[in-house]
Design a protein around this ligand. Structure first.
Ligand code: PXG
Length: 470
């Protein structure tokens, strides 16, 4: 195709042709997408997005777990415009800084709850969750080197966790499909099983009993590796991309006991869970643990512009500052002034509209109540929420909890197809259907979303019967 002028109006087919000719999408079978043609999303307003054919969809995934304040918020666009006109970029490498980056660091430090002796006075900036977790690996290893324990290199993560797609991020995560492409994990990263009660609970075992048992897999791994070699444990408070896996209440306190016993660092990857998603500014507060490092991205700017970082707790910060000398790590865009200005405007908005409080309070309770009604549906094995994250398992037999086995991915895709065709964006992770709606939803938005979810489940039920899968 000829060179494209960016003012030119293109038809959906033109865009799709250019898309498959030039744009390699993330986590995509390129040939398959070229054959189908990508859906072209052109506009967003509130909790809805529109495609190039004019179809309107309720975005129950907040973009990709990030558009916490909803689409079309002028305050965020204004903040970006103002900052671009004042100072669009300057680096923070060579003894310089910029005002939005400083204000945001101080603001985040004030928002992060102090737990016991641990507080978060410092921020290390990046532009994404993946980069932030790379920074975590660098900081954790530097910390132990500076303390004269260079053998402490091993970081323990969990299977089916997602910590990003860079070499370190994908290694920390436990996605076997990612490990298989690219000789991952990199050395000195190992994994334990996830705390997925529906799948791994034993007959007669309570969720709380399972939570203890799952946490003790960490202790077994520490002992197998050798405690003197273990540097850190990393986990998402609630696993997001893995399918909204909500751990039992006993899990995180027991993890805390174990990391304390062996003196290892605890990294809370809150790329999805922070900034109101589970009803708190930071999710470790909800689950009652005391991380040393907290990864953030996504919701800090509601996805309007890329920004990520790590809240560095005083245990690590004091060592890096007092003993470290120069830390040989950073990114061109660390502390990007426009991204930080947008984040400040986003936090203003979230504070003004009390979004974390809404999720924690009556609105969150309403959502949980409405979502729990799905437990009556014949296809649903378990429907559960944590703040404004929710997941359900599609099952073949509700009474016996029999699952779809090798058809699980297909079944999820069938359900996802019915969602899309009826104007609802809901994700499928194998046989789990998941949502993370914008935090600005009203009760009538929730009612509408639940109507669409129920419709998609009914259509999926009918479809699976016809396909002979039920
Ligand atoms: N940690 C967590 C907990 C995440 O959810 C990342 C790190 C990486 O962030 P960046 O900004 O580098 O993408 C994430 C990202 C999905 C999906 O399929 C989830 C994410 C990204 C892409 C797809 O649910 N989460």
């Amino acid at each position: 195709m000829n060179a494209i002028n960016d003012k030119q109006t293109l038809s959906t087919r033109d865009i799709q042709a250019l898309d498959s000719a030039h744009f390699l999408h993330p986590f995509t079978d390129f040939k398959d997408l070229a054959a189908r043609g990508a859906r072209v999303i052109t506009r967003g307003e509130g909790i809805y997005v529109w495609d190039s054919e004019g179809d309107k969809m309720l975005d129950a995934m907040s973009g990709l777990w990030c558009v916490n304040v909803g689409y079309g918020r002028k305050e965020l666009a204004d903040a970006a415009y103002q900052q671009m006109m004042t100072l669009p970029f300057y680096n923070s490498f060579f003894q310089t800084t910029n005002v939005p980056a400083v204000k945001l660091a101080a603001r985040l430090a004030a928002l992060a709850p102090k737990v016991g002796e641990r507080s978060f006075e410092h921020v290390f900036y990046s532009s994404s969750g993946s980069e932030s977790n790379d920074s975590n690996v660098r900081m954790v290893r530097r910390y132990w080197d500076l303390l004269g324990q260079p053998r402490r290199k091993v970081i323990i993560g969990r299977m089916n966790a997602y910590h990003g797609s860079t070499m370190a991020g994908a290694s920390l995560g436990g996605m076997t499909g990612m490990h298989a492409q690219g000789d991952l994990p990199i050395p000195n990263i190992t994994h334990i099983e996830q705390p997925y009660f529906f799948e791994k609970g034993l007959p007669g075992e309570t969720a709380d009993e399972f939570g203890f048992r799952a946490a003790r897999w960490l202790e077994e791994k520490i002992l197998a590796v050798g405690p003197e070699r273990v540097a850190a444990f990393i986990g998402e408070p609630v696993q997001g991309a893995g399918g909204v896996i909500i751990p039992p209440a006993t899990y995180w306190p027991e993890i805390q006991r174990i990391v304390d016993k062996y003196g290892i660092l605890l990294i809370s990857d809150e790329v999805i869970c922070a900034f109101g998603r589970v009803g708190h500014w930071f999710a470790y507060e909800k689950f009652g643990y005391k991380p040393d490092l907290v990864t953030f991205a996504k919701g800090v700017t509601s996805g309007y512009i890329p920004l990520g970082g790590v809240m560095v707790g005083n245990r690590v910060a004091e060592v890096l500052i007092e003993k470290g000398g120069e830390f040989n790590h950073g990114y061109t865009y660390s502390g990007h002034p426009v991204a930080c200005a947008v984040a400040l405007a986003n936090l203003d908005l979230m504070e003004r509209e009390q979004l974390p409080q809404r999720v924690k309070g009556e609105l969150g309770a309403y959502f949980a109540r409405r979502y729990a009604e799905l437990n009556e549906h014949p296809l649903v094995g378990l429907a559960e929420t944590c703040g404004f994250m929710a997941g359900l398992v599609l099952v073949k037999n509700k009474q016996t909890r029999e699952r779809f086995g090798s058809d699980a991915t297909l079944v999820g895709m069938v359900c996802r197809g019915h969602c899309f065709r009826n104007g609802l964006i809901m994700r499928a992770v194998d046989d789990r259907m998941i949502i993370a709606p914008p935090l600005v939803m009203t009760t009538s938005d929730i009612d509408e979303m639940m109507r669409l979810i129920r419709l998609a489940l009914d259509l999926t039920h009918k479809d699976l019967k016809e396909k002979g899968l039920l």
